[in-house]
Design a protein around this ligand. Structure first.
Ligand SMILES: *Cc1c(COP(=O)(O)O)cnc(C)c1O
Length: 357
């Protein structure tokens, strides 16, 4: 059965990336050894991680005042690693609460210092982006989530931080479009949504924001130690890093971030136009804040919604159920999703709506 992949993460990857990754498990670059069998400090692997770090810098258009790191523990670990490195016990960081991931980041920051919530959309179920933030002066940094994977909202601008360094969780929309990366002081993103396999987090940090707090940091959590070690402080997840390199090469070859954006706009506008013109399906997010990566919607009659999910199962449409915290339905449309796959889903949804209408 052909399956169509609308998973929210881990999620769809380009077919050729999967093929190249599989081949490297058997024989890496004709070495007669698996990628999984070579030391991470060999020139073979160092070339992999160095090419990946350089590609990230190139695609972001950032200079040598930034470092690109690969760290572990998922974006969830970054929720605590960021304040551990940047927030003193007696200081305050500004956080935006636009959804479940931002809330988790807030919880973790409170272990290290004070948190000021400078924008919240809980009043309307996180169905929009609060773009007017009131960031007090003297904040250690402003943290926000560029794309709310679960709720289906996305920022298309960089918020005003009132002079504070800007930290962003870009896990689910990194490399989906050109952004003003140079306006950020720290970016982190788990790889498993747009850049590869689970197990690794990309961190892009402006070096001059580090080393400004009093806390002593365990070396494995200290970004400065990772920088000194060229991101090889300990054994990194070599396979996940290699898959991210293959994905980065694919993005570049396909036309880079501008092309990714073009495709994301084409997919998401097609899908939202369809939802807006089909009364059975109710989009959950304000028009201007709708995510190009994750579209959330609902069918108001729960029994009909369950019936729809059954139809998705029978037609090979995978990952359409909403996150357990929000309910409803969610269709994720990451970089690697072909337009034909989205059209196949729309066709199933059209048939279903006609049957119910
Ligand atoms: C998926 C996701 C996370 C959590 O990532 P883990 O790798 O599971 O820790 C955090 N933030 C955002 C925006 C996400 O989409």
């Amino acid at each position: 059965m052909k399956r169509y992949n609308f998973n929210s993460g881990p999620s769809i990857l380009p077919q050729e990336v999967l093929e190249q990754a599989a081949a490297a498990v058997h024989d890496f670059n004709g070495l007669g050894l698996s990628l999984l069998e070579i030391g991470h400090r060999t020139s073979w692997f160092v070339e992999v991680i160095e090419e990946a770090r350089a590609l990230i810098k190139e695609m972001m258009g950032i200079g040598d005042d930034y470092e690109v790191l690969y760290v572990q523990g998922g974006a969830t670990t970054s929720f605590m690693q960021v304040p551990m490195n940047l927030l003193d016990t007696d200081a305050t960081a500004a956080y935006v609460n636009n959804g479940i991931w931002g809330r988790k980041a807030i919880q973790e920051a409170k272990y290290f210092g004070n948190v000021e919530v400078v924008g919240s959309t809980e009043d309307r179920n996180n169905s929009y982006i609060e773009k007017k933030l009131n960031v007090p002066s003297g904040m250690s940094y402003l943290h926000f989530t560029t794309n709310n994977t679960v709720e289906g909202t996305e920022w298309f601008s960089v918020p005003d931080s009132n002079g504070a360094p800007i930290v962003a969780d870009m896990s689910s929309d990194i490399f989906s479009r050109p952004m003003d990366f140079g306006k950020y002081d720290l970016i982190y993103a788990g790889a498993q949504k747009n850049v590869g396999a689970a197990g690794v987090v990309i961190v892009v940090v402006k070096k001059d924001i580090l080393g400004k707090i009093k806390r002593s940091i365990p070396p494995i959590m200290d970004y400065r130690e990772h920088i000194k070690a060229d991101s090889l402080l300990n054994t990194p997840p070599v396979f996940a890093i290699y898959v991210s390199l293959l994905t980065l090469r694919w993005i570049k070859k396909e036309g880079g971030l501008a092309e990714m954006e073009k495709r994301a706009i084409a997919r998401s506008s097609r899908f939202y136009d369809f939802l807006d013109s089909t009364p059975l399906y109710r989009p959950l997010v304000d028009k201007e804040d709708r995510s190009r990566m994750n579209a959330t919607f609902a069918i108001d009659d729960k029994a009909v919604e369950d019936e729809f999910l059954q139809v998705c199962k029978e037609t090979g449409m995978v990952g359409v159920k909403g996150h357990r915290s929000v309910g409803g339905l969610r269709v994720s449309m990451y970089n690697a999703l072909p337009m034909e796959d989205l059209e196949a889903l729309i066709s199933v949804m059209t048939d279903f709506a006609n049957k119910k209408g």
